[in-house]
Design a protein around this ligand. Structure first.
Ligand code: 13P
Length: 263
């Protein structure tokens, strides 16, 4: 059975003091291993500070929000995988729709970034999702499938197994509009079958596929119950300590209920 995972994407939010404060609160509250994995992705300039705070807290992983695929060179403003390695980062968000939309990241760039992340031993959190026009045209599945295939290009099954994929419909990000559990599950099932096409049935059952887009504790109850939805990539709600903890609790509860059905 796949463990659920809740990942906080802080985006370009919080000042250093607030980022430290939120991290200390999480560290104090998450002292024991529970079934749900937890990760936070702070802005890159805070990564070292946050990693140091969490150094002896194995239950909260740290991820970066982006990474360049080159290892070094004249790329002003970029951050290389080697640099992230020094910051004790374990995961990297790749291909977030805000990177695609505002920074012109192409499917090709994203594929190169996924390969670079894997080469350096990071878990890529590979994001896909359609915009409103595509959804209204009824082409969401076609678009997302295309993004998945482009992202996975030339990856071996062993590499594919290491990915986390996040389905984040653009029209649901930061808008308060949520994609229903049923609709999200439908796309996530399609992503899983695409992963199967590119690897094996066994691997496709291991890859975690998350939902993201206006996730809050009051709407996520519905999503997290679907066995194919393995957790959430959470923006706004991850900046609020109580909300983030509630999301983790929701995922833990689903896990416990599933376990009790199996005994
Ligand atoms: P919100 O949860 O703020 O809608 O953001 C979702 C997201 O983009 C996470 O990566």
């Amino acid at each position: 059975m796949r463990n659920k995972i809740i990942i906080g994407n802080w985006k370009m939010n919080l000042d250093l003091a607030d980022a430290q404060d939120l991290t200390f609160k999480l560290k104090t509250s998450i002292k024991a291993k529970r079934p749900t994995e937890i990760a936070i992705c702070p802005p890159s300039v805070y990564l070292l500070t946050i990693s140091n705070i969490l150094k002896d807290t194995p239950y909260i992983k740290v991820g970066a929000q982006n990474m360049f695929y080159k290892e070094e060179g004249a790329y002003t403003g970029e951050i290389s995988p080697i640099m992230l390695k020094d910051l004790h980062v374990e995961m990297v968000i790749i291909g977030h729709s805000e990177r695609r939309q505002y920074f012109n990241e192409s499917d090709k760039d994203i594929n190169l970034k996924i390969k670079a992340a894997l080469k350096f031993g990071f878990t890529p959190i590979f994001c896909v999702g359609e915009d409103l026009i595509i959804r209204e045209k009824g082409e969401a599945e076609i678009r997302v499938k295309h993004q998945v295939l482009e992202g996975l290009k030339d990856l071996s099954s062993v590499e594919i197994e290491k990915l986390i994929i996040a389905y984040e419909p653009i029209w649901a990000i930061g808008t308060g509009k949520i994609c229903s559990g049923e609709d999200a599950n439908k796309i996530i099932k399609m992503i899983r079958s695409t992963v199967k096409e590119k690897s094996t049935a066994q691997i496709s059952e291991k890859v975690r596929i998350l939902y993201g887009g206006s996730v809050k504790s009051d709407n996520f109850k519905e999503h997290i119950k679907y066995p194919d939805i393995d957790g959430g990539l959470v923006g706004g709600a991850s900046l609020n300590f109580e909300e983030f903890i509630k999301l983790i609790d929701l995922a833990n509860n689903v896990h416990e209920q599933t376990q009790s059905h199996h005994v």
